[in-house]
Design a protein. Structure first.
Length: 187
């Protein structure tokens, strides 16, 4: 999303304002993991220097005068004139969209992990080492029809479609565009 903003891949209109709605919980956890090498980790040799690589990544953030990954994201958003909104639950995503003015949203972009029926806001792995997410960390495709009232938030004249970048997002994107961005919900 940073590169999209820097290279104007959003293809912004004159009055469009980009909002970054960031699920903060995984960034807080990742910072905790990356910014400190624990005594137990010091004793480990993973063969790939994983702990030191993660620590170097965190140190690069500190060099940029940021206090954490989230602080760095906020710095970038400010520099690029992007409105930052941190959320801690998927419900807050819907509430934020609902808080926006009617006829003010041209489209929504999502970038992250997904499965066939949900956006995975925080990735974990199951016992088979397959990508997974806890239900509390997902936006489910079925939730879209519960929020059809968001239609009034979208510009009636927009020709821009919402886009969802992640694995298996095709059906989510199609459902979103049919139910939220148009009056023809087949949900």
């Amino acid at each position: 999303m940073q590169l999209a903003a820097q290279k104007n891949l959003y293809n912004l209109g004159a009055k469009e304002q980009v909002h970054w709605v960031v699920y903060e919980t995984p960034y807080v956890a990742r910072w905790k993991d990356d910014s400190i090498i624990t005594k137990a980790e010091e004793k480990q040799d993973d063969g790939y220097n994983l702990h030191s690589i993660r620590k170097k990544s965190a140190d690069r953030i500190l060099i940029k005068s940021a206090k954490s990954y989230l602080d760095r994201i906020k710095q970038i958003a400010l520099k690029l004139n992007i409105r930052y909104k941190g959320i801690r639950t998927p419900k807050e995503f819907w509430l934020y969209l609902e808080s926006l003015s009617d006829d003010s949203v041209s489209r929504v972009w999502y970038s992250g992990h997904a499965s066939g029926s949900e956006l995975m806001l925080s990735l974990t792995h199951d016992s088979g080492c397959e990508a997974a997410a806890f239900p509390k960390d997902t936006i489910k495709m079925g939730d879209i029809k519960k929020h059809k009232s968001l239609i009034r938030k979208f510009l009636k004249t927009t020709k821009k479609t919402s886009k969802f970048y992640g694995c298996y997002t095709k059906e989510f994107a199609r459902t979103w565009n049919m139910c939220i961005q148009s009056a023809y919900c087949w949900c």
